[in-house]
Design a protein around this ligand. Sequence first.
Ligand code: 0L1
Ligand code: MG
Length: 260
Amino acid sequence: MTEWNVASAAQHLLDAEAEQRDITPITDEWAELDVETAYRVQDEVIRLKQAEGHTVTGVKLGLTSRAKQQRMGISSPLTAVITDAMVLGAGVPVPLDELIHPRIEPEIVFVMGRELKGPGVTAAAAMAAVETVHAGFEVIDSRFKDFKFTLPDVIADNASSARYIVSARGFDPEGLDLALEAVLVRVNGSVIDTATGAAVQGHPGEALALAANSLAERGRSIPAGALVLTGGLTDAVFVNPGDQISAEFTTLGTIVTAGS
Ligand code: 0L1
Ligand code: MG
């Protein structure tokens, strides 16, 4: 029987990831795991990844759209940490043999031009700190069986982070209407979902402000140069072997990937 604490929960999650093995929710056995403690578990997961040589590249938001919140039955957005080991380069397929049950979702991604520090950050102030805006895909791979978890479980699991793709071309945020930026997701040529940037908290800048303000509660900021994945615009779709998946954005361009 596991003696649950921050260290054992973090190691349990890392073992599941390394062994591509799904696990039952930690809260099934550690009912006292609350949101605050779950962020400490997330911190420990990232600390152990850094000890293995991974470098933090930025921040992600999870559960920022109603589509995702409704599917997961959780109405609160959360933040997590992304690293260089999660990057999928252009043309590199989603490595199904390294993952448990990956799903993919289109996202609007920011590269920060300067540090953003809460509390009290507004969407306008957040957008003023953005250097470039990119099209992105996030591959999520919950370590929990059937993607079933509570809010503390998914926070501890670094918001199901697994891989991400960011388009090389970035756009100046001035002149973009990100609430109206549309995306069309195709799997094997068929359109399976569409959304606009408004799906993410009304505007991706609101999601960025939310990230800055919630990180400030833990004494953190978003540094210059960081990437920010603002959250899935549509629900996430499972990636199957041989699938060809694309996200076509109206202004930000098209990203194409495949299931390996
Ligand atoms: O990026 C996300 O929205 C993932 C948050 C965790 C929920 C999930 O695994 O779908
Ligand atoms: Mg996401």
